[in-house]
Design a binder for this molecule. Structure first.
Ligand SMILES: Nc1ncnc2c1ncn2[C@@H]1O[C@H](COP(=O)(O)OP(=O)(O)OP(=O)(O)O)[C@@H](O)[C@H]1O
Ligand SMILES: [Mg+2]
Length: 243
C-alpha cells in the first residue's frame, strides 16, 4: 500500500504539488496522469525519497517513508524510468544484477536471478543476457529495466512514463506484457503517463493531476461518465479525440 497524506512540495515560490491525498491499495495499479509540469514525477519520487516533501507524509505499508531507513525503503520499491536508464557499459545481465551485486550476492545467484527475470519479461536469457543495451531495441531496453526493477521482488513498483518513448506497436506489445505481469505478480503500482488511453488500459484507477492539484480519482467509467470538473471533461475529450 502507498498512501500520500497531505504531501506537498514547494520549490521556492513554485508549488509543484499541493497537499496530495492519494492511496494505492495493495496489489492495485493507479495511473497518475496530467499535463507536463502537473507534479506527477514529483509525487512519484517522494515515495522512494528521491524528493523530500516540504510537508505532509507518504506511507509505504506501515512505514512513514520520510522517516524510513533509506536502503530498506529503496529495496522494497522497484523504479522504472522513461528510456530505461540502463548503464550503457554493462551487459543486460550486469544491469539486472547490479543491485544484487551491491548487496553482496554470490555471482552464481545473481546470474540465476538475472536469467529468471529475463524469462519473466519474455527475453530468452541465452539470447539476451550478454548483450549490451545498445544492441537492444527501445522496447527490449524497457523490458530489461522492468526486470531490473523486479530484482528484489519488491512490493511496490514506481514507473515514470515507462512506455512513453516507444512506437505504437511496441507500446501495445509492452502493454500486454505489463497486464500479464500485473496478473502474475500483483505489485502495488503507481504508473505515470501522459496518455489517457494507456491509463484506462493499465490502471485499476486513474488519478488526474493539474498544476500540482489532484483533480479527480476514479475508474475509466468515472472519468467518462462523471467528470468532476469542466477541466476533466475537456482533458478527457481532447485526449480521446486524438485516437
Ligand atoms: N528541482 C526543481 N526545482 C524547481 N522546480 C522544479 C524542480 N523539479 C520540478 N520542478 C517544477 O515542479 C513542477 C512539477 O514538476 P514535475 O516534474 O513533477 O512534473 P511532471 O508532471 O512530471 O511533468 P512531465 O510530464 O513534463 O514529466 C514543474 O512546474 C517543475 O518545473
Ligand atoms: Mg515527469
Amino acid at each position: 500500500m502507498i498512501e500520500f497524506r497531505q504531501a506537498r512540495k514547494e520549490y521556492g515560490d513554485v508549488v509543484a504539488l499541493e497537499g496530495l491525498d492519494l492511496r494505492v491499495e495493495s496489489g492495485e495499479t493507479v495511473c497518475l496522469i496530467g499535463t507536463s509540469g502537473s507534479g506527477k514525477t514529483t509525487a512519484l519520487k517522494m515515495v522512494n525519497r528521491l524528493i523530500e516533501p516540504t510537508s505532509g507524509s507518504i506511507f509505504v505499508g506501515d512505514v512513514d517513508a520520510t522517516k524510513a531507513d533509506l536502503t530498506e525503503l529503496r529495496r522494497s520499491i522497484g523504479y522504472v524510468i522513461q528510456r530505461g536508464g540502463l548503464f550503457p557499459h554493462m551487459t543486460v545481465a550486469g544491469n539486472i544484477g547490479l543491485l544484487c551485486k551491491l548487496e553482496g550476492w554470490e555471482k552464481r545467484r545473481i546470474r540465476e536471478r538475472a536469467r529468471e527475470l529475463l524469462e519473466l519479461v519474455d527475453l530468452p536469457p541465452d539470447e539476451f543476457a550478454d548483450r549490451m543495451p545498445s544492441e537492444l531495441s527501445g522496447g527490449q531496453q524497457q523490458r530489461v529495466s522492468i526486470a531490473r526493477a523486479l530484482a528484489f521482488d519488491p512490493e511496490i513498483m514506481l514507473m515514470d512514463e515507462p512506455f512513453g518513448a516507444l512506437d505504437p506497436i511496441t507500446k501495445t506489445e509492452l502493454h500486454k506484457e505489463f497486464i500479464d505481469l500485473k496478473d502474475k505478480l500483483h505489485k502495488t503500482t503507481l504508473l505515470v503517463t501522459h496518455d489517457l488511453a494507456e491509463a484506462f488500459k493499465l490502471g485499476d484507477r486513474i488519478a488526474l493531476l493539474h498544476k500540482g492539484k489532484l483533480i479527480q480519482t476514479g475508474t475509466e467509467e468515472d472519468f467518462l461518465e462523471r467528470p468532476a470538473t469542466e477541466f476533466v471533461e475537456h482533458f478527457v475529450g481532447s485526449q480521446l479525440s486524438e485516437l
